[in-house]
Design a protein around this ligand. Structure first.
Ligand code: ZN
Length: 450
């Protein structure tokens, strides 16, 4: 039976006000109920099996069991290189350990839990052989361009920076790299994770991963330089042009300028003027803005007015020099372009938190985000653990266990995960398996007939 009270008292005891002032409500007994009733074991197992759990002769039965799971327990005990062989073991292990955090690592050459036994035998080197291409984007890396929050805090004024990151990276992964099976997940607090699950992405080497990560590296965080983005060369790379014209420019001009008041004080516009390498331009603008603290046309947004003035100075008249024109774009890029944690993407053996985990500090579920509608995603209304348990309680007892999840606000996230990500992924895994198998059959036929 459920052991959670519906009462508000419960919330105020266990609920912490975190970041957005939303009660979190996270504790070990709530988590036990979540793992007992709601965590989608079958979906996670199906996903990470990539079709190898079926009956097809080409299935690799050892595949799922060679995947590393890592569990962070209540008392900060960190268990790495855990493995499970099937859905049943996955469920039992998680229920038994009740981890505060579940991380997913690579698929290794051998069962990671038995890596020491194998290391003596010589032949089977313990090494990662497959891993989703992953990206980790964290709002705290944007602290020099947001004034509403800092660190782990996030609000609806700065969250759109994450939306922009999703749009830019997702479009490029699909259009430039041809990946199709891409899962975006809310990290539970201050960022987003991306899992690229296509077969060709999972089989990328570390060198290839590093090359892809470098492709996305435009923003170079550097505390010692004001210019974090240098767009060099006579023409911009098509990916950068597209990101700029389709996402970044519009976002900067219609949202970020005013939501972050980028030109409202001398300190703030000073940071932007420092990015312009022409003293005559900067001193002219500075003079204009210093003597005009209150815009004469006060109904207009001072941020927009000053941005237009800056653009005019850089793009018109004698200032047409290529370098200065490019400066407008450099400013937009340095405020809006995605900041990726490069190390996470470069190495196959980097761990990443599993979707549908609960963030222990916010109590929020790490739900998938639909990249097609990512601007509608609101991190402040993502279901919390205590909210889900309350919803379960209200449903009463006796309901069909399998459908329990659908009665909670997690149901929508799960059905999105299944229909938009899991189903198409498994379909293409099956096709890939089939064609590989047929190619092998053909090969062995050819070698038999001469
Ligand atoms: Zn904020």
């Amino acid at each position: 039976m459920m052991e959670v009270d519906n009462g508000r008292d419960d919330m105020s005891i266990d609920g912490q006000s975190l970041g957005n002032g939303v009660p979190g409500g996270f504790n070990a007994s709530y988590l036990k109920l979540y793992y007992g009733k709601l965590f989608p074991y079958a979906d996670i197992f199906k996903w990470l099996s990539y079709g190898n759990d079926g009956k097809h002769p080409a299935c690799d039965k050892s595949y799922f069991g060679r995947r590393e799971f890592s569990f962070t327990l209540d008392n900060d005990i960190y268990l790495r290189f855990q493995s499970v062989n099937n859905e049943f073991e996955l469920e039992n292990t998680i229920k038994e350990k009740c981890p505060f955090k579940i991380d997913i690592g690579p698929v290794y050459s051998v069962d990671p839990a038995k890596r020491h036994a194998y290391s003596q035998s010589g032949d089977n080197v313990f090494t990662p052989v497959e891993r989703e291409l992953i990206f980790d984007i964290d709002i705290s890396d944007y602290d020099n361009v947001r004034y509403c929050c800092s660190g782990a805090d996030v609000c609806l004024d700065c969250w759109p920076l994450m939306t922009v990151a999703i749009k830019v990276i997702d479009a490029s992964l699909r259009d430039d790299f041809g990946f199709n099976h891409i899962l975006w997940v809310f990290s539970g607090r201050r960022g987003v994770h991306c899992w690229v699950c296509d077969g060709k992405a999972r089989r990328l080497t570390n060198e290839q991963r590093a090359a892809i990560a470098d492709y996305f590296r435009v923003y170079k965080g550097n505390e010692n330089s004001n210019k974090r983005v240098s767009l060099t060369g006579p023409v911009l790379h098509p990916f950068l042009v597209r990101s700029y014209t389709e996402v970044l420019k519009d976002f900067f001009e219609t949202k970020l300028l005013s939501s972050q008041n980028l030109f409202s004080t001398e300190e703030r516009y000073g940071k932007i003027l420092e990015m312009i390498p022409d003293e005559s331009v900067t001193s002219e603008l500075q003079g204009k803005w210093q003597n005009n603290k209150r815009s004469s046309i006060s109904k207009e947004d001072i941020n927009l007015v000053r941005w237009e003035q800056l653009k005019h100075s850089l793009q018109s008249g004698q200032k047409k020099a290529q370098g200065l024109r490019r400066c407008v774009e450099e400013i937009v890029f340095s405020f809006t372009y995605p900041r990726i944690d490069m190390e996470v993407s470069k190495h196959m053996n980097h761990l990443l938190k599993a979707p549908f985990c609960i963030h222990p500090k916010t109590g929020r579920v790490c739900v998938p985000i639909d990249p097609k509608h990512c601007e509608e995603f609101d991190p402040t209304v993502v279901p919390t653990l205590s909210q889900l348990l309350e919803e379960l309680n209200m449903g009463g007892v006796g309901a069909d266990d399998d459908k329990e999840c659908d009665r909670t606000s997690l149901g929508k996230s799960l059905s999105f995960f299944r229909s938009s990500f899991l189903r198409p992924l498994l379909k293409s895994c099956k096709e890939e398996m089939e064609s590989l198998h047929n190619a092998k059959l053909q090969q062995s036929k050819n070698s038999l007939s001469w």
